[in-house]
Design a protein around this ligand. Structure first.
Ligand code: GLN
Length: 487
């Protein structure tokens, strides 16, 4: 029972109660937790109480929400009232949120049962979940490897079947890259489609909340519940939400006739693992087999995405993280005077990667450098968006690898931030342009590690994205494989 639909059926037919389902998942969660460490907080009592409420409402004949009784997990940078939100940081190690993020509230309103909060790179800065102040998460496929990041806890929890689905956040690839490394499906929606209210800010013009699950169908169901305008988020889009379930329905996903697919030529260059390249090429051949018209598309400015991102994201981070000063909330270092308190709080509360980002951001925003770096990066960002506009005048969906490599060994890139940053080469341009991107499994390399296929669509074309992804998924066996060897 690893899919939302399977759970729903079992719940509706009375084969299992919501309490039993939650209990079963909590047991597996705890059993596998020492091997993956995907959770920072587990909420057994809260979850069981919610599940009991679902059972009661069902018994009373009430109409239940579309996710009634479905066990899910939440990345620990999304607030939940009365629950700790640590952001994987010492700075917020004991901080309890006074309110609930809209995305979480939407899931709970639909009946979802939150099992706990998942591990992440500190403040979502990273690509391996090794930057968590509370220790890394291990890849469920091979425990000496990273799960990707920053939503590594969410991706690992979904892959390890510790929950049915999870929420992540994606600023430069943090949903899609871990989804690829863990062999799950992950969607970063159009900027503004899901409210960011209650998502602890990293780089506000890039951050998006999104779902991870074991199938495209589940991701579509979750998006249906998550998407929509929110008065609490000024960047939330005032748009009508289409029927994503229809987009992935059998009658729309048998064939891809009439769909135009573009291969992003620039992503097949230097640095791409040949095995990843071969599997992604195989996936493209499969899309063609399904009837899609495939052509190569050039996005020449794609390669400037990474340097642009590493100017803009740290700039926004340096501003957003100024609030952690020991005065308002969170960690406070003991010190004899105010300035010392500020300094020691920030020195002791943040880990090295966060400090690096704050330093870079502060530097590029300083007077004299602002025009040369920040302003220029904003201009390049506009050019990258132009490349996409041109591409989407010709095709409906773009394809490329999600990451140039598969899951690497823990510790193998920690000394070299640049090589770590490179794993997000193919996901970052999508955030810079505010577009929806989805990663789904497209095979396994010779070492048995999952490889992710990234599909990108134009603004608000999630339905198309899901449709193409589901057509591919239906015709391939990859999503059925599960990590094994649990003790
Ligand atoms: N890995 C990228 C970074 O370190 C992206 C992180 C994210 O999407 N939150 O910034």
């Amino acid at each position: 029972m690893d899919s939302i639909r399977a759970c729903q059926q079992a719940l509706q037919t009375g084969q299992v109660s919501a309490v039993e389902l939650t209990q079963g998942y909590l047991e597996r969660l705890q059993q596998r937790e020492p091997q993956v460490h995907s959770f920072l907080t587990v909420l057994p009592e809260r979850a069981l109480a919610r599940a009991a409420a679902v059972d009661q409402r069902r018994a009373a004949g009430e109409t239940l929400g579309p996710l009634a009784g479905i066990p899910i997990a939440i990345k620990d940078n999304l607030c939940m009232e009365g629950v700790k939100t640590t952001c994987g940081s010492r700075m917020l190690a004991d901080w309890v949120s006074p309110y609930t993020a809209t995305a979480v509230a939407n899931l709970e309103r639909a009946g979802a049962v939150v099992l706990g909060k998942t591990n992440l790179d500190e403040f979502a800065m990273g690509s391996s979940t090794e930057n968590s102040a509370f220790g890394p998460t291990y890849n469920p496929w091979q425990r000496h490897r990273v799960p990707g990041g920053s939503s590594g806890g969410s991706a690992a929890a979904v892959a390890a079947r510790q929950c049915v689905a999870a929420l992540g956040s994606d600023t430069g690839g943090s949903i899609r890259q871990p989804a690829a490394f863990c062999g799950t499906v992950g969607l970063k929606p159009t900027y503004g489609l899901i409210s960011r209210y209650g998502l602890v800010a990293f780089a506000s013009s890039l951050d998006q909340v999104g779902p991870l699950a074991n199938s495209v169908e589940d991701v579509a169901l979750l998006l249906q519940v998550l998407a929509g305008p929110d008065r609490q988020d000024a960047t939330s889009l005032q748009v009508d939400i289409p029927d994503y379930g229809a987009a992935v329905a059998p009658e729309h996903t048998e064939s891809l006739k009439g769909k135009r697919v573009g291969i992003v030529r620039e992503t097949f260059g230097e640095g791409l693992d040949p095995e990843v390249a071969a599997l992604v090429q195989g996936a493209i051949a499969q899309l063609q087999e399904l009837g899609a018209a495939v052509q190569e598309i050039s996005c020449p400015r794609f390669r400037y995405g990474l340097p642009t991102y590493y100017i803009l994201a740290p700039s926004e981070a340096s501003a957003n993280l100024a609030r952690y000063d020991g005065v308002k909330y969170g960690y406070r270092a003991p010190a004899p005077n105010l300035l010392g308190m500020y300094e020691q709080t920030r020195e002791g509360g943040f880990g090295p990667e966060v400090k690096r980002r704050i330093a870079i951001g502060t530097y590029v925003l300083s007077s004299g450098y602002y025009d040369a770096y920040y302003l220029k990066a904003q201009k390049v960002r506009a050019l990258i968006r132009e490349d996409f506009d041109r591409a989407f005048a010709q095709v409906d969906v773009l394809v490329c690898p999600t990451s140039p490599v598969t899951a690497f060994a823990l510790g193998s890139k920690t000394e070299d931030p640049l090589s770590m940053y490179l794993t997000d080469l193919m996901t970052i341009p999508v955030n810079l342009a505010g577009l929806p991107g989805l990663s789904l499994p497209c095979g396994f390399d010779r070492q048995g590690l999952p490889v992710g296929l990234q599909l990108i669509a134009n603004v608000l074309q999630e339905a198309t994205l899901l449709q193409v992804a589901r057509a591919y998924e239906r015709s391939t066996p990859w999503h059925e494989r599960q990590p094994t060897g649990w003790v």
